[in-house]
Design a protein around this ligand. Structure first.
Ligand code: 2HA
Ligand code: ZN
Length: 286
């Protein structure tokens, strides 16, 4: 089969382009990776032209021998269809989880600059979901980034405020959201901080930069990103009208919702607030 005719490749391209259309990928912003299933590798193997091995920049022994689709460093998501072979490609991880080589595409290009973060997140998610999760997605969504300038950078506050903005949120991300303070992107340190959060959550926000989401397939991962960003947009609109909420979803409302929708909502997100003010100091959390 021709590489670009494979369903999993089409799904990857569609997700990247959908992100572009949402306005989440200005210039070369954002990146996407997919851990390819063994039967999908078989489908496209005849097209492989392996290049030289290169260091990943971190060690991911639990991903030894795995194949990934990845967007390219410096590449534009908006070109994912018209310049497919330059914009993304497929890589293979070596038997130690320390090096990778390109086997298709990425013409004149390297994998995403955030490869260490992507692969460390994949390694954690593969472990904690028993291999179910296959997608890691990073983008620069406007409203979520805006909130990192006004809300305290705590997992509890971001989770609670975003849950309150749309009833579906606690059902879509019941485990909550993690927040990484501002750090230099692209390296191992931010990868370690993010993958630590990915043990507990499916979403990690990078302050003043963007967001990471993890999921089972393209639909669920894109849908998760979309839900969080939509909720952030509502909060930005509320904040631009007022610094107080006249009414909201209460901790007891969330407890009732959890019961009916059969989700577990950790109590640490259901703290009592001392005021109806939206931008509060974390010390106001009782
Ligand atoms: O430019 O988003 O974090 C790609 C990025 C780096
Ligand atoms: Zn980024």
């Amino acid at each position: 089969m021709k590489f670009l005719d494979a369903e999993f490749v089409k799904g990857f391209q569609r997700m990247a382009f959908d992100g572009w259309e949402q306005g989440w990928h200005e210039r070369n912003g954002g990146n996407l990776t997919y851990r390819v299933k063994p039967e999908e590798v078989e489908e496209v193997k005849e097209n492989f032209e392996p290049r030289e091995w290169a260091p990943i920049g971190t060690s991911v022994p639990k991903l030894a021998g795995e194949y990934f689709l990845t967007t390219g460093s410096g590449k534009y998501m908006r070109n994912i269809y018209i310049k497919a072979e330059e914009t993304f490609g497929m890589i293979e991880v070596d038997d130690k989880g320390e090096n990778y080589r390109t086997v298709w595409g990425l013409k004149g290009a390297r994998p995403t600059s955030e490869l260490p973060s992507h692969l460390m997140n994949h390694e954690v998610k593969k472990e904690v979901t028993n291999g179910r999760y296959r997608v890691i997605y990073h983008c620069h969504p406007t409203n979520t980034i805006a909130l990192t300038f006004v809300l305290p950078l705590s997992d509890e506050v971001f989770t609670r405020e975003l849950w309150e903005m749309a009833t579906e949120c606690p059902v879509v991300f019941p485990d909550g959201i993690g927040v990484v303070p501002w750090m230099v992107p692209g390296g191992r340190d931010i990868a370690v901080a993010t993958s630590k959060l990915m043990r507990k959550y499916d979403v990690a926000i990078w302050a003043h930069h963007g967001m990471f989401a993890a999921g089972e397939d393209f639909d669920l991962t894109f849908g998760l990103m979309h839900t969080v960003e939509k909720s952030a947009e509502i909060l930005v609109k509320v904040l631009s009208m007022s610094d107080h909420k006249a009414q909201t979803i209460t901790p007891d409302d969330f407890r009732h919702l959890a019961k009916d929708f059969h989700v577990t909502l950790p109590e640490r997100f259901l703290y009592e607030k001392k005021s109806s003010k939206i931008v509060y100091d974390p010390s106001e959390i009782q």
